[in-house]
Design a protein around this ligand. Structure first.
Ligand SMILES: Nc1ncnc2c1ncn2[C@@H]1O[C@H](COP(=O)(O)OP(=O)(O)OP(=O)(O)O)[C@@H](O)[C@H]1O
Ligand SMILES: [Mg+2]
Length: 144
């Protein structure tokens, strides 16, 4: 099944055409690499696929339906399913927050879990990636 798709996507910063005619399809279980020299537009394409910006032409689809950045409830559902995991934990994780808080915050803000429910979802998430039960009580710098 196709999860995310770009169809005939163009994107311009002002008058400068950065992406032209991008067609891409990502199915369940796929790993897709995007390769190109610096400035080729990889990060720009990712921003479009994450719904952070809208194409100048063409569309980005999630599960077959075009993303509509102005449709708040649609975008909320989209963000509950599609998230970026950044490469450098030190620039993406708040060093002053414990890991359980960092993991719980998006669950709460997306309405996926609250209170005790959030606590057990956090424990499940940590366990699912092989982290010990006490991992949530630690800070990002305490991990290798
Ligand atoms: N906010 C912006 N405003 C104007 N131009 C931008 C902006 N962001 C990126 N660009 C330009 O768009 C082009 C594509 O940039 P982008 O960052 O998507 O490339 P990239 O492939 O991710 O590069 P890198 O490998 O260096 O990360 C570049 O020419 C860049 O200068
Ligand atoms: Mg980049």
């Amino acid at each position: 099944m196709t999860l995310i798709e770009a169809r005939g996507v163009d994107f311009s910063y002002g008058k400068r055409l950065t992406l032209e005619g991008i067609d891409l399809s990502v199915g369940a279980g796929d790993s897709v690499g995007i390769v190109g020299e610096s400035g080729a537009g990889k990060s720009t394409l990712l921003a479009l696929l994450l719904g952070l910006a809208a194409p100048s032409r063409g569309s980005v689809l999630f599960e077959g339906a075009p993303l509509q950045l102005r449709d708040r409830s649609l975008m909320r559902r989209f963000r509950g399913s599609v998230q970026a995991v950044f490469q450098d934990p030190y620039s993406s994780l708040d060093p002053r927050q414990r890991v359980d808080r960092i993991v719980a915050e998006p669950l709460e803000s997306l309405g996926l879990a609250h209170g005790p429910g959030a606590r057990s979802r956090v424990a499940e998430a940590l366990e699912s990636v092989g982290l010990p039960a006490d991992a949530g009580t630690r800070y990002p710098h305490e991990f290798s």
